[in-house]
Write a protein that binds this ligand. Structure first.
Ligand SMILES: [Zn+2]
Length: 281
């Protein structure tokens, strides 16, 4: 048996910690200018426990990208189920924040005290616990994403498994973009958080419209929401936005469709934008 811990009590806190707000101004459409359809990816974090909106999302036809935390009660089962249902799966890797309790991170998180070898062991175990993962993103991590030694170890394992990397945007000091470029990995950064611990269905809806505007401006944009305690509101808010997206000719796609391969990379495109001014606390 794998090590598992109780997840339910931590969900609200994690939702609080995963939150940030950015400003965006709508501008002339990429789609209009380029005659192409704009795309958004909607990553839903914190799968792995039986909480909030897990089954609302898994039973729906909205092509979210399912980010599963490793080592939870249902991590492996939910990853398998999501894959079978046709969703793209990624590992939602728990990284130590600057502030907060270790329990918010769940089992076997990546912390600054670990050796490079132990970091790599934990990342490999996390990937094995979340079958079919095509990428990884960070859960929390304000104390780790700025740590070059540890991030390099994590990204080396991502490369071993041929995973793309998404910077969730939990710290302005993140070295993920810089390292991922250096290492020639496929990567991107989160544009908009879709929800927070207090967010209503209407708030999520508005965040989806913002994500849609970002996609129209840049060709593509990545939003992150959470499946946790407010997951039903997140699900409903996203559902409410589908008509608007359709109207604007903006399509929801798996994250991998928004990340170019290294040879296709164009520096003017959205994935080169560096995350800034965010916080996970
Ligand atoms: Zn998370």
């Amino acid at each position: 048996m794998k090590q598992k811990t109780v997840w339910h009590h931590t969900t609200l806190l994690l939702t609080i910690l995963c939150v940030a707000v950015t400003a965006i101004t709508a501008s002339p459409g990429y789609a209009e200018e380029n005659g192409q359809e704009a795309k958004v990816a909607v990553i839903i974090d914190d799968f792995g426990g039986n909480t909030g909106g897990v089954y609302r999302f898994l039973r729906s036809e909205i092509p979210i990208t399912v980010a599963v935390m490793p080592f939870l009660d249902e991590s492996t089962e939910q990853a398998e189920m999501a894959h079978e249902l046709g969703f793209e799966v990624i590992v939602h890797l728990p990284l130590e924040p600057k502030r907060g309790k270790a329990s918010w991170l769940g089992p076997l998180p990546i912390t600054s005290a670990l050796s490079n070898e132990e970091v790599k062991n934990r990342v490999r175990k996390a990937i094995e616990d979340v079958p079919y993962a095509k990428g990884l993103n960070n859960h929390m991590g304000s104390n780790i994403v700025g740590n070059k030694r540890i991030m390099k170890a994590i990204l080396e394992v991502a490369r071993e498994y041929d995973l793309y990397v998404i910077d969730s945007g939990t710290s302005p000091d993140s070295v993920i973009p810089e390292l991922a470029e250096e290492m020639n990995l496929r990567w991107a950064a989160r544009d908009t958080f879709l929800d927070d611990s207090r967010s209503s269905r209407n708030h999520v809806y508005k965040q989806m419209l913002r994500l849609c505007s970002q996609a129209e401006k840049h060709g593509g944009a990545i939003g992150i929401g959470h499946v946790g305690i407010k997951g039903t509101d997140t699900f409903n808010g996203i559902s409410d936005s589908l008509a608007h997206l359709k109207n604007r000719n903006v399509r929801i796609v798996p994250v991998s469709e928004l990340i170019p391969t290294s040879v296709e990379k164009d520096p003017s495109q959205f994935w080169q934008r560096i995350v800034g001014g965010e916080a996970d606390e």
